[in-house]
Write a protein that binds this ligand. Structure first.
Ligand SMILES: Cc1cc2nc3c(=O)[nH]c(=O)nc-3n(C[C@H](O)[C@H](O)[C@H](O)COP(=O)(O)O)c2cc1C
Length: 344
């Protein structure tokens, strides 16, 4: 990682050359075909994002199997057809010297059983505010093993489609986050209880993906610095998990926070105003940046170039934006050309 803190200067993420420090954080776009494949509208979206100057794009959350899907327009990467449609997105996304990560998810207890027509599954069979009305089934060890393999297979498809890497979605109350969090994991086997046990599925997903894609393919995670829940995952544990993964060869960490039922901070913090209340996850992000030797990306309520500079000066490597790029896909080009106004 270069020591130059200019947000428009090139850097590297593992073996990926990035033209600047800006990242489009994973953003579900609601435009996939209901069979899970990528649509021409998504190809157009990524064409626009790629032309807008952001160095690294992350896809919206892509489910690794149909049971892990939450929305009918959510993409899948579990068949040859999904992969072929994704390769068209990859081709346009990587024009303009832009890199692309595929975000892989299983939504667990937040998936839709009416969509998949399969059981709703989670770490524990607990009726729970996070899971709304339906009580999920607790995953068996064999089922966990299958999901881990599905992460490996989906990553291999992302690689085959020409993507630069994958991001494991371990944040926001989805399956891996449900395992990490004592709030939603009441298991008494090797996948519950101690921090080591709650993190086991994530470490096994990482290792399985590595097995499928080899060493020359980038793997990152998105993780909650904190769940902001009583009995939720807290920063010290989350950071320890990231350190273990970094020791295994993980290439980067995006630090987010919250779940759908957290209070006051959810993953999409509301009413952010430049210069007033940007960066609500700052404390956890700085703790990660200070401790980890692999690149840390900050996400959540970043709106101004002043905040971007502060983050880079504090050792954060990459700057992830979601809503600013929904509103203005050309924002990074404009900032680079001298615009002083923050994101709207
Ligand atoms: C419409 C929308 C879709 C999102 N989809 C995803 C997603 O698929 N995966 C993910 O990790 N986060 C997703 N997020 C969360 C963002 O990546 C980001 O963490 C959050 O919006 C905070 O960043 P921001 O203040 O720049 O918007 C989504 C947010 C929004 C508003």
């Amino acid at each position: 990682m270069s020591s130059n803190n200019n947000p428009f200067s090139p850097t590297t993420l593992d073996q990926i050359n990035l033209k600047n420090r800006f990242v489009r954080s994973a953003t579900w776009d609601g435009m996939g075909f209901t069979d899970g494949s990528f649509s021409p509208a998504q190809v157009e979206l990524y064409r626009k994002l790629s032309a807008g100057g952001t160095g690294l794009l992350t896809t919206g959350y892509i489910a690794v199997n149909p049971q892990g899907r939450r929305n009918p327009e959510q993409n899948l990467l579990s068949s040859r057809k999904d992969q072929q449609s994704f390769s068209k997105v990859v081709e346009v996304a990587k024009a303009h010297d832009t890199a692309l990560l595929a975000q892989l998810v299983h939504c667990g207890g937040l998936a839709s059983s009416s969509l998949s027509r399969q059981a709703l599954v989670a770490p524990s069979a607990t009726k729970h505010p996070l899971f709304e009305e339906e009580v999920p089934q607790a995953l068996t060890k064999n089922e966990i093993e299958t999901i881990i393999t599905n992460f490996g297979e989906a990553a291999a498809r992302a690689r085959e489609a020409g993507c630069d890497g994958v991001q494991i979605h371990a944040a926001h109350g989805y399956l891996i986050s449900q395992f990490l969090s004592p709030y939603s994991n009441q298991r008494t086997d090797d996948y519950g209880g101690s921090r080591e046990n709650r993190a086991r599925i994530l470490l096994e997903c990482y290792s399985k993906i590595r097995e499928y894609v080899g060493n020359d393919f980038t793997i990152t995670i998105k993780i909650n610095g904190s769940d902001y829940l009583e009995d939720g995952l807290e920063c010290q544990e989350s950071l320890a998990v990231a350190q273990e993964l970094a020791a295994l060869g993980l290439n980067g960490v995006e630090v987010s926070g919250g779940t759908q039922v957290s209070n006051p901070l959810t993953p999409v913090p509301q009413a952010i105003k430049a210069g007033e209340n940007e960066l609500p996850f700052a404390a956890e992000i700085y703790a990660f940046a200070e401790t980890l030797s692999i690149p840390v990306a900050a996400v959540g309520g970043i709106r101004s170039l002043e905040t971007v500079e502060t983050l880079l000066n504090q050792g954060v490597s990459l700057i992830s934006l979601c809503r600013p790029l929904i509103r203005e896909p050309n924002l990074v080009n404009q900032w680079q050309a001298g615009r002083e106004e923050p994101a709207t």
